[in-house]
Design a protein around this ligand. Structure first.
Ligand code: CA
Length: 293
């Protein structure tokens, strides 16, 4: 497998069909994406001020990559082989940010060291890392979409299941797909309620396979154990509805269920979970054990 590397100065702030590719590869390639954190490394100290932040430089994604022969209607299977993170990250919250945005008056920055596979949240609380990729997507057809927004093309889904060993399946909406990713989190829980994970720079090594004429309800995540459908919408209820409908479609189209049987199987054995509730669109997922298929 040919191995490529993209440095972290090759970034975009929107997934857009008009973005010039920084690399062109064939299906079957491996790529290491070096990434900056979601704030482009602008915050390095708890003494830094929010007022000085350049909000035009948030949520960068490294790329995009043009995949030869990828055409609308295909899908891209992106297997996350490895995630490496820096030895320090940052978490922010405050006024107008996250679930407590209407309660908190002050903006707060927490710089969190990472040592021996743990995030040192405080003297007492050392959190095991669950390294994940917050932003991963392809260019949408039509107008570009800010990397801060999740949608059917992927984007800022902030899903903790986008981690080592997972295969993220994304739609190809434009020729070449234009894959980009960034926004690593060293630690994050479902919900991401304060508006940020442990935002961190690092690198992601992936392998890419093109699925011609995929006919899949995307985006999805495949693990050895589970299949997952994801959906994003301004309204969390609707995001849940969409993720469930996507799983029903998958079960009916690929595994010969009828709709009622699929709905019952999900009700009995498919976990509906929240990825995040703090981005411009909220993201939900449905997880089902593959052994039932
Ligand atoms: Ca994010």
């Amino acid at each position: 497998m040919t191995m490529y590397k993209i440095s972290n100065d090759q970034v975009v702030y929107a997934m857009d069909a008009g973005n010039a590719p920084v690399l062109t590869v064939n299906s079957g390639s491996r790529i290491e994406f070096e990434t900056v954190d979601a704030l482009s490394g602008q915050i390095t100290s708890e003494a830094d001020q929010f007022d000085a932040l350049d909000w035009n430089r948030v949520n960068p994604a490294t790329g995009p990559v043009y995949i030869n022969d990828a055409q609308p209607g295909d899908a891209l299977a992106v297997t996350i082989e490895r995630i490496d993170v820096a030895d320090v990250g940052v978490t922010i919250t405050g006024s107008n940010m996250g679930v407590l945005g209407n309660v908190l008056q002050e903006n707060t920055i927490k710089v969190i060291p990472i040592r021996d596979g743990k995030a040192i949240f405080s003297d007492k609380v050392h959190l095991p890392l669950n390294k994940m990729v917050g932003v991963i997507g392809t260019a949408p057809a039509g107008a570009g979409i800010s990397c801060g927004v999740p949608c059917a093309h992927g984007g800022n889904m902030d899903c903790k299941e986008v981690r080592e060993g997972a295969t993220v399946i994304l739609p190809v909406n434009v020729p070449g797909a234009l894959l980009a990713m960034g926004d690593l989190h060293a630690v994050m829980a479902d919900g991401e309620v304060c508006v940020s994970g442990l935002e961190v720079a690092g690198s992601v090594t992936v392998s890419i396979k093109l699925i011609k004429g995929a006919n899949l309800p995307l985006p999805m995540i495949m693990r050895d154990s589970h299949v997952m459908t994801l959906a994003s919408h301004e309204d969390l209820d609707e995001a849940v509805n969409m993720a469930v409908r996507n799983m029903v479609s998958y079960l009916c189209d690929k595994h010969d269920f009828d709709k009622a049987e699929a709905a019952m199987l999900i009700s009995l054995a498919g976990d509906v979970r929240i990825c995040q509730v703090v981005d411009p669109k909220k993201t939900a997922r449905v997880e089902l054990l593959k052994e039932y298929l």
